[in-house]
Design a protein around this ligand. Structure first.
Ligand code: 6PG
Length: 261
């Protein structure tokens, strides 16, 4: 299966029900992956939005998720230490990883503290391996992503050279296009595409215009909106609260009424 754009949009009345539905979806995907392949390979998103989802998984879903068979990776990281409050790993550890029985050897963080950052990118690329050839099984089961107001995702910012990367799976990003203004490490579009599904988790009215622009972008995406360029070997799923979906036309393909939660 090569990268394609099979899009699914789910809208929820509020962030709480959005996070509950996302937790339910991830648990189902994890159980199915373990049944089929003995492992669930999950790329975590950074930023603020996924924190409530991670806390929910650590608490209400702790006993209903195959943590022992889960492999955790990160879509991007700020070039700071693992205990820095700006670290995506630090947020995920505090909200989720410190509270669930995932074997430590199955949590692979991007080493933001390493210098030069290009070495951290090369090390991580060696860990995750090269993009499998078209038709070969994707590297990741689920890639979870957020969306910045400028259309960035992971640490792929509008106009960044990283958007033109077609072979490397991980790159260092010297200039962030969004706070925190620190250099970053990011999976590239070929890496994100090596997934059985991508899940965007987006909430809030401040994202509504960007969500609508991303979902309107044509089949080749729009380099001003990196999120519109994200592909997957499977579906690209959008979990939105009503505020973030406010500008998405009701007729958008794949738009479903909020499920009865
Ligand atoms: C990061 C994230 C970034 C994030 C968006 C949305 O390192 O900041 O990877 O891509 O997902 O900026 O961030 P919020 O969820 O905080 O709005």
């Amino acid at each position: 299966m090569g990268p394609r754009l099979e899009r699914e949009i789910r809208v929820f009345p509020d962030p709480t029900r959005e996070a509950e539905a996302a937790a339910r979806h991830l648990a189902a995907q994890a159980r199915a992956a373990v049944r089929a392949r003995g492992r669930f390979s999950w790329v975590l998103a950074g930023g603020r939005t996924p924190e409530a989802l991670y806390q929910l998984l650590a608490r209400r879903w702790r006993s209903r998720f195959p943590w022992e068979e889960t492999e955790i990776l990160f879509g991007d990281e700020r070039c700071v230490g693992p205990r820095d409050p700006e670290s995506n790993y630090a947020m995920a550890r505090e909200a989720l990883l410190a509270h669930v029985p995932i074997p430590r050897r199955q949590v692979h963080r991007l080493r933001g503290e390493l210098r030069p950052a290009s070495k951290a990118a090369e090390d991580y690329a060696r860990l995750i391996g090269r993009a499998p050839p078209t038709g070969a099984p994707p590297r990741f089961d689920t890639v979870l992503l957020g969306l910045g107001p400028d259309g960035h995702t992971a640490s792929l910012f509008p106009g960044a050279p990283a958007l033109r990367e077609r072979t490397r799976m991980v790159v260092s990003v010297p200039r962030a296009g969004h706070p925190p203004w620190v250099p970053r490490l990011s999976l590239t579009l070929p890496a994100l595409a090596s997934s059985r599904e991508v899940v965007f988790l987006v909430e809030g009215s401040e994202k509504a215009a960007t969500v609508a622009r991303v979902l309107r972008a044509g089949p080749r995406g729009n380099s001003k909106l990196p999120a519109s360029m994200v592909r997957s070997a499977g579906p690209v799923r959008w979990f939105l609260d009503r505020a973030a979906a406010a500008r998405v036309p009701r007729t958008s393909s794949g738009m479903r009424p909020p499920p009865r939660e």
